[in-house]
Design a binder for this molecule. Structure first.
Ligand code: SAM
Length: 204
């Protein structure tokens, strides 16, 4: 997967490639999807949700430019896979999921894969976690209609927010840095994610 679907495309960060090599994706997909675990595809994980495509996980982690010891908020836990990759990169990860059943499954997946230091919280990730802010980085794995202001404000100065922004069908993955002049969009590429559902997302 790493060699053919990530390195041969445009993922160049060796730390990210190594992290994806180390996290066993088969432990984050339901039993019936295990034979497809290393395809470069989003796969169903129940509750109408999906585990993200490995390429997009790599893209988000590369764009976040995580350094060991960073405090990272991962919004949209899903299976817990992206949270595990962030932890493998040396981040201290707290991840938030709105669907309690998925959060519970993600805790089990993370424990089975040996990432029991990842903290899984149930709640509306569009509101972030003010009591745990500021974050060095925030990664959002669901599409927001516009830049989520509350999440931006939970970044430390110079911190990075990576979030798909746009309509429900297609978005751009934006990399936003918190700067004294306000949000600085430093990079943006087309992408497609499930909607972020919440107060600063799409309505329920
Ligand atoms: N990154 C995850 C993984 O590796 O498995 C997959 C994320 S999946 C594409 C998007 C997730 O975001 C879904 O599990 C969905 O329930 C969750 N979600 C959507 N809106 C949310 C919100 N406001 N707060 C927290 N989670 C949310």
């Amino acid at each position: 997967m790493v060699e053919h679907q990530l390195r041969r495309r445009d993922i160049v960060d060796e730390d990210v490639l190594r992290a994806l090599e180390r996290v066993p994706r088969e432990l984050f997909v339901p039993e019936r999807e295990r034979r497809r675990a290393y395809e470069d595809a989003a796969l169903p994980i129940g509750q109408g949700q999906t585990i993200s495509q490995p390429y997009m996980v790599a893209r988000i982690c590369e764009a976040l430019a995580v350094r060991p010891g960073w405090r990272v908020l991962d919004v949209g836990t899903g299976s817990g896979y992206q949270a595990a990759v962030l932890a493998e990169l040396g981040a201290e990860v707290v991840t938030i999921e709105r669907i309690a059943e998925l959060a519970e499954q993600a805790r089990a997946n993370l424990a089975a894969a040996g990432y029991d230091r990842v903290d899984v919280v149930v709640g509306d990730g569009t509101l972030g976690l003010p009591e745990r802010a500021p974050f060095d980085g925030i990664a959002v794995a669901a599409a927001a209609p516009e830049l989520p202001q509350t999440l931006y404000e939970q970044l430390r100065p110079g911190g990075r927010l990576v979030v798909p922004v746009g309509g429900q069908r297609a978005q751009r993955l934006e990399v936003i840095v918190r700067s004294p002049e306000g949000p600085a969009v430093v990079h943006s590429v087309p992408c497609r994610f499930v909607p972020l559902v919440g107060v600063e997302g799409f309505g329920r």
